[in-house]
Write a protein that binds this ligand. Structure first.
Ligand SMILES: C[S@@+](CC[C@H](N)C(=O)[O-])C[C@H]1O[C@@H](n2cnc3c(N)ncnc32)[C@H](O)[C@@H]1O
Length: 233
């Protein structure tokens, strides 16, 4: 049984927390509403069991992002770094039927695990998977005139490119939209990044920049491995 396993994900023990246990028993934000948990539970279990399952966002992060997406009545969302699509599925479930998650990843094998379950959950049509370097997808969106048309973006891919992802997302997201950035604690290594740790250095630089960035307001949240929410002004 997966629910009795302990696995490290996103800098915390999974699923040892109460939230994680609740996640396995029922999709936490869907409550008893009409939305089905078909596909959702299987994807969570398959991803937690995957050798790289620790890459998946924590349940409480996924819950928060889905609730934010719902709260701001988002229609267009970007996810940079999709893995099996657990978080993308959570967001797709709360988007309107004509809503879209532009899902950016370079590894199609991960998506092959998720896609049948996105379909089972009835939201495959809302997840537009783009298999290529995320920078290229973001540039294509900008070139096709989609600047300031997105409501929400989630940055969770290669850490060295975080600043570029942030700058491009800031152009793509509308005023009042939100950019969520994962792993901003990087297991505490951001406090004193080693010279040879390019990921820690990159996140550290972005954390410092966001503090002073007059284009946004931020909330840095101690959930998972740290999530910063940047609210575009
Ligand atoms: C931490 S995982 C994403 C987890 C996912 N957000 C979730 O909630 O389950 C990081 C993902 O980024 C992808 N990735 C790495 N470098 C990338 C790049 N340059 N462009 C797009 N995706 C990339 C990896 O293939 C991997 O699936």
């Amino acid at each position: 049984m997966i629910s009795s396993r302990r696995k490290e994900t996103g800098g915390h023990t999974f699923p040892s927390t109460v939230m994680a246990q609740l996640c396995f028993s029922r999709c936490p934000f869907l409550s008893t509403k009409s939305v089905s948990t078909l596909g959702w539970t299987q994807l969570l279990q398959l991803t937690a069991d995957h050798p790289w399952g620790r890459m998946m966002v924590s349940c409480e992060q996924a819950q928060l992002m889905a609730n934010l997406v719902k709260l701001i009545k988002a229609k267009k969302v970007i996810e940079i770094g999709v893995f099996t699509g657990y978080n993308a599925l959570n967001m797709a479930l709360v988007l309107p039927d004509n809503g879209r998650v532009i899902a950016c990843d370079i590894n199609e094998d991960y998506a092959k695990i998720g896609r049948p379950l996105w379909k089972e959950a009835g939201v495959e049509h809302k997840i537009d998977l783009r298999i290529k370097p995320a920078i290229q997808t973001l540039d294509e969106l900008l070139a096709s005139g989609e600047a300031e048309t997105f409501d929400f973006a989630f940055i969770d891919a290669d850490k060295e490119s975080y600043n570029e992802y942030y700058e491009k997302c800031l152009r793509l997201v509308k005023k009042g939209g939100i950019i969520a950035i994962d792993n901003v604690f990087w297991n505490g290594k951001v406090l004193k990044p080693r010279k040879d740790d390019l990921a820690a250095q990159s996140i550290h630089r972005l954390n410092e920049k966001l503090l002073r960035d007059a284009r946004i307001n931020i909330s840095m949240l101690p959930i998972g491995d740290g999530v910063t929410l940047a609210f575009k002004l």
